[in-house]
Design a protein around this ligand. Structure first.
Ligand code: BGC
Length: 261
């Protein structure tokens, strides 16, 4: 569908499950070679790689902690060594846990900030350094959240990390725009992924969530992957510094539905 993605090279952090796997598969369908990063779920990453190869695509699975310079360096090296370069860097790796803020262990805060925000910084830094050094008009896509904009009590670390990703993205989009490097966020809402599996398996919780979505349904990983493919392609070549929400309208103040208020 996006022929310019053919033979491009992508790194997808957090590629062993959920949105990361869907994005890796979709970019591969468009003809890109993919470095699938995982932290601990090797089986998930190997499965994604197998699926991609079964479709005729190319992928490697690489273990790395995106919260370290060494980790992101390993991913960049894998792209260059295996596929000859880098065109697209997707910062998807993310974690969350529910905890009251007055009881939140510092370790929880640091873990969420380290993966969700520092990981985006380090991944972007590695990609930007490669693009600048090679005078290459590459692109970066960050998987943010509706919680870049919507406060989320008992997930203060997560919301803070995503708010941070919002401003980080706008800032670096501006900083590198004149080099033709584009940086954009995708802000998923409630999507059918492993991070939400337990919550959505409970019919009451599922209803509570879908009631907060004007389209009255949760999204599929492929809905997010489709937007990632578009943002990676030349079809979006004049788009930078935005957050594109993929949320069935969750960011539209659904409590005002029907003229409430
Ligand atoms: C979180 C999900 C949550 C959704 C809507 C996402 O960023 O990862 O767990 O269901 O936001 O609140």
């Amino acid at each position: 569908m996006y022929s310019d993605l053919n033979k491009k090279v992508a790194v997808v952090t957090g590629g062993s499950k959920g949105l990361g796997t869907a994005i890796a598969k979709r970019l591969s369908k468009e003809g890109a070679s993919v470095v699938i990063n995982y932290h601990s779920d090797q089986a998930g990453a190997e499965n994604a790689k197998k699926d991609i190869e079964a479709m005729g695509g190319k992928a490697v699975a690489v273990q790395a902690d995106v919260g370290t310079e060494e980790g992101v360096g390993k991913l960049l090296k894998a792209a260059v060594d295996n596929f000859g370069g880098l065109d697209i860097w997707v910062n998807d790796a993310g974690v969350e846990n529910k905890v009251n803020t007055h009881e939140m262990p510092l370790a929880d805060w640091q873990k969420v900030i380290n993966v969700n925000l520092t990981g985006v910084f380090l991944g972007s830094k590695a990609a930007l350094a490669y693009f600048v050094e090679n005078n290459h008009k590459g692109c970066i896509i960050n998987i943010s959240s509706v919680h870049e904009r919507i406060p989320w009590p008992t997930f203060a670390h997560y919301a803070a990390s995503k708010g941070g990703v919002g401003m980080f993205t706008k800032t670096i989009a501006m900083e590198y725009a004149d080099k033709g490097i584009r940086v954009n966020n995708i802000g998923p809402g409630a999507i059918n992924t492993p991070i939400n599996a337990k919550k959505f398996a409970d019919p009451e919780q599922l209803k509570r969530t879908t009631d907060m979505v004007p389209m009255k349904t949760i999204g599929e990983p492929e809905d997010v992957a489709a937007v990632a493919a578009w943002l990676a392609s030349d079809e979006s070549k004049y788009v930078t510094g935005i957050t594109l929400y993929v949320d069935g309208g969750m960011t539209l103040y659904p409590s005002f539905e029907g003229g409430n208020g």
